[in-house]
Design a protein around this ligand. Structure first.
Ligand code: DUC
Ligand code: ZN
Ligand code: ZN
Length: 495
């Protein structure tokens, strides 16, 4: 007791706790936003929450979402740090990692400064930044990127497609060499730009412009080839890469084979590859544009492959890839008009708030994955890969008290009207879920309560998180393998 006062700021009692590894029953004592005690019959808290045997899991980490990111055309992302982090919290996410995107001709530092200004005073929950490198000049490679990695921006994304973003293989190798030396994580958007351009040109010539043709312009082989190439470049320099938003069997096979031969290849998938199919692009009129994202959703067999790969440990990260464009209005999906051809529609769908409930309902309650796998892919894995563990991503003494008390119930449909983002639709409208975060706690503060609809009115309480080097990637086992595999020649080249 503190002079007769409560022992803790908050106690969550009777919690059925799951981490990435364990399941146990305990009370959780929180002081100053940090978990300070786990035990039975803990002393009192200034605030008490009775979980009554419900699941209490680490808060979600959404390690791939786009908030208030400049798009380069007249489209505008509908969610900024305020609406995006509010929506995230109401869906059980307590940390987001969006992207500070370098403009071609601009510096990385400018992108980071601009992104901090966009986030400042607006976030409800904690956030870190990935970088996006679009212009790897000698200055970027030799000075800016190493300096930013040292200051807590330890992961960067690169694109193999999109004219305004894409890098060629030589540029990718330049960046992988920096990542290798500085021990940073490289995330790769793997689709073959020339195949997409070639196919798109031919489809448009024949008048195939509707949203459904988006999927045909980005067939699985287009993703497979780029995934294979990204893996090969990673192996050439023996440095880890993480293939983002993997959509189906062909890319999975590339990743799985690489993992089996011991290559340091990590992968992410997203709800759209489990819960949407290409048929969702083929709706009346322009409705299919709501589900245009890249890579596109595939077919039911590919969904099955993604589920199996989730269960078999192929994926370390399950993210939303929230890319929020409104359907109605001039700056979202219709930025180039009501019936623009598929290649003119902004890519991306909303999903920050629905990510965890969908996976918990179908995955855990549906018996496809266990609760530890759920925690691993939605929280612990991203925390480890992006240098936030063990402060984030687990329930342990000394970790931030980022917790979710889960409600389970009879099936209820998702309704966009109930969500908190600033997008005017959800691709999951009407889909049933059987669970939803009942209470979201961020550093000991309740930020969301489902029973009452309470959302903390506390924009700006979220803190920026500088990331450590993702040590999990560079453990001695990996370095040992490197030596054994005869990569000594890399050292001879000063790499
Ligand atoms: N890639 C992303 O990572 N997000 C949205 C669209 C895209 O192509
Ligand atoms: Zn991408
Ligand atoms: Zn994305």
């Amino acid at each position: 007791m503190n002079g007769g006062g409560p022992a803790f700021d908050l106690v969550v009692r009777n919690a059925r706790i799951a981490t990435g590894a364990d399941v146990y029953q305990a009370d959780i004592g929180v002081s100053n936003g940090v978990i300070v005690a786990l035990g039975v019959r803990l002393a009192g808290g200034a605030r008490e929450i009775d979980a009554a045997g419900r699941w209490v899991l680490p808060g979600g980490i959404d390690a791939h979402c786009h908030l208030d990111q400049p798009t380069g055309d007249d489209s505008v992302m509908a969610d900024d740090f305020e609406s995006g982090t509010r929506s995230a919290a109401c869906g059980g996410t307590t940390t987001v990692i969006p992207f500070a995107c370098q403009q071609r001709g601009g510096t990385l530092q400018d992108a980071v400064d601009d992104y901090h200004r966009r986030a400042e005073g607006r976030a409800l929950i904690d956030y870190a930044f990935h970088l996006i490198v679009t212009d790897p000049t000698p200055h970027v490679l030799e000075h800016e990127l190493p300096a930013l990695i040292a200051r807590g921006y330890t992961s960067f994304k690169i694109y193999m497609t999109y004219d305004a973003l894409k890098l060629d293989d030589r540029q990718i190798l330049d960046l992988l060499a920096v990542a290798r030396r500085e021990k940073a994580m490289t995330m790769i958007h793997a689709e073959n730009a020339d195949c997409i351009a070639w196919l798109t040109e031919r489809m448009l010539e024949r008048g195939f412009t509707a949203p459904q043709y988006h999927a045909l312009s980005r067939l699985p082989v287009v993703e497979r080839e780029a995934t294979h190439r990204a893996i090969s470049l990673s192996e050439l320099l023996d440095t880890p890469v993480l293939i983002v938003h993997v959509s189906g069997r062909e890319a999975i096979e590339q990743i799985q084979q690489a993992q089996w031969r011991g290559a340091p290849i990590y992968a992410e998938t997203c709800p759209q590859y489990l819960f949407l199919t290409e048929d969702d692009l083929d709706l009346d009129g322009f409705e299919g544009a709501k589900c245009i994202c890249s890579p596109p959703p595939r077919d039911a067999a590919n969904q099955d492959s993604v589920w199996r790969a989730l269960d078999h440990g192929v994926f370390s990260v399950f993210s939303s890839d929230h890319a929020p464009f409104r359907f109605d209005g001039p700056d979202g999906k219709k930025v180039h008009g009501e019936n623009a051809s598929f290649d003119k529609v902004p890519n991306g769908i909303p999903g920050l708030e629905t990510r965890l409930a969908l996976l918990f309902s179908e995955g855990v309650l549906g018996g496809r994955i266990d609760v530890n796998q759920f925690v691993e892919m939605t929280s612990t894995g991203p925390a480890k890969l992006y240098g936030l563990y063990p402060r984030k991503g687990t329930i342990a003494i000394g970790a931030d008290a980022d917790l979710v008390v889960w409600d389970t119930f009879d099936p209820q449909p998702i309704r966009n009207a109930d969500l908190h983002h600033n997008v005017d639709y959800t691709p999951y409208e009407g889909r049933n879920v059987r669970a939803w975060p009942g209470i979201t706690i961020s550093r000991g503060d309740v930020v969301w309560e489902r029973a009452t609809g309470f959302v903390a009115n506390a924009a700006g309480r979220g803190r920026f998180l500088p990331c450590e080097r993702p040590v999990a990637l560079h453990r001695s086992r990996h370095e040992q393998q490197t030596r054994n595999k005869g990569f000594r020649w890399l050292a001879a080249l000063g790499l």
